[in-house]
Write a protein that binds this ligand. Sequence first.
Ligand code: NAI
Length: 308
Amino acid sequence: MKVTVVGAGAVGASCAEYIAIKDFADEIVLVDIKEGFAEGKAMDLMQTASLNGFDSTITGTTGDYTKTANSDVAVITSGIPRKPGMTREELIGINAGIVKTVAENLIAQSPNVIIIVVSNPMDTMTYLAAKATGLPKNRIIGMGGALDSARFKYRLAEALGCPQSDVAGMVIGGHSDTGMVPLIAKATRNSVPVTEFLSAEQQEEIVQATKVGGATLTKLLGTSAWYAPGAAVSELVKAIALDSKKMFPCSALLDGEYGLSDLCIGVPVIIGKNGIEQIVEVALNEDEKAKLTASAEGVKKTNGLLTQ
Ligand code: NAI
């Protein structure tokens, strides 16, 4: 499998590193606009191959998309990240132009590629990439829910005092501080609802901490996070590579599912060799439904900024 990662910054390099360490890809190509940057990151990562024990090759290029030809998967991380106090939506002005051009360049070289969009505001950038490329909807995946769910599980395990591997939980909705919908009523600890262990107050604290998970890190780091985003992307790429039919919440172009259409938003999907192989419609309670509907309105409002 050949994987291209556009943007060799914090998140792009972390994606490449995790994909390499998991050792399921033959070839990883890093692309950046900054002269020599992707080449440098690729060389540094390649010098970890004997240390980390992987056989994937990693190369870098400054904007030569012919090097990305015939990629099976391309990850778009190019663009600016937020600074403390900023919302993801504030990045739209700069990132929309970058994501559109990058998506078009990728498709020109790899007509069969599956695109994973990471750049923020992610749901709107996924929608933009879908519209700009005209790709079938199974081949455009927005990465947000896989990360937000990992952050949810971190918070759940912390409150429960148990290992994260004992916890299952999902965050759907838009990838924004206000749009995320952590499904606390459906979260479990070894199949037992977490609501049996946690007070209503604790549950609300976990939901809030999850929703501002990215902002909390941005405040601490001075820029947005990269390890967990890179790890989350690598799991999506791995599910495609291994055709594993694993379920993740991802931003998908909806056409009536959950009563929503003409937007990309986080919903549970099955990922396999064809990208999004199925959108899973889980039964939501009234509260979850109302929150998802409100979240969709927020995403549509941000999408509206694309035409301005
Ligand atoms: P960064 O600034 O470290 O890296 C971005 C890279 O993109 C830079 O190296 C820059 O030179 C490159 N770039 C800019 N324009 C380009 C172009 N036209 N072609 C190729 N490369 C170009 O930023 P970081 O931290 O890696 O974040 C990247 C994006 O990912 C941001 O928009 C951030 O908000 C988003 N993000 C999304 C997450 C998600 O869950 N969806 C999680 C974390 C970050």
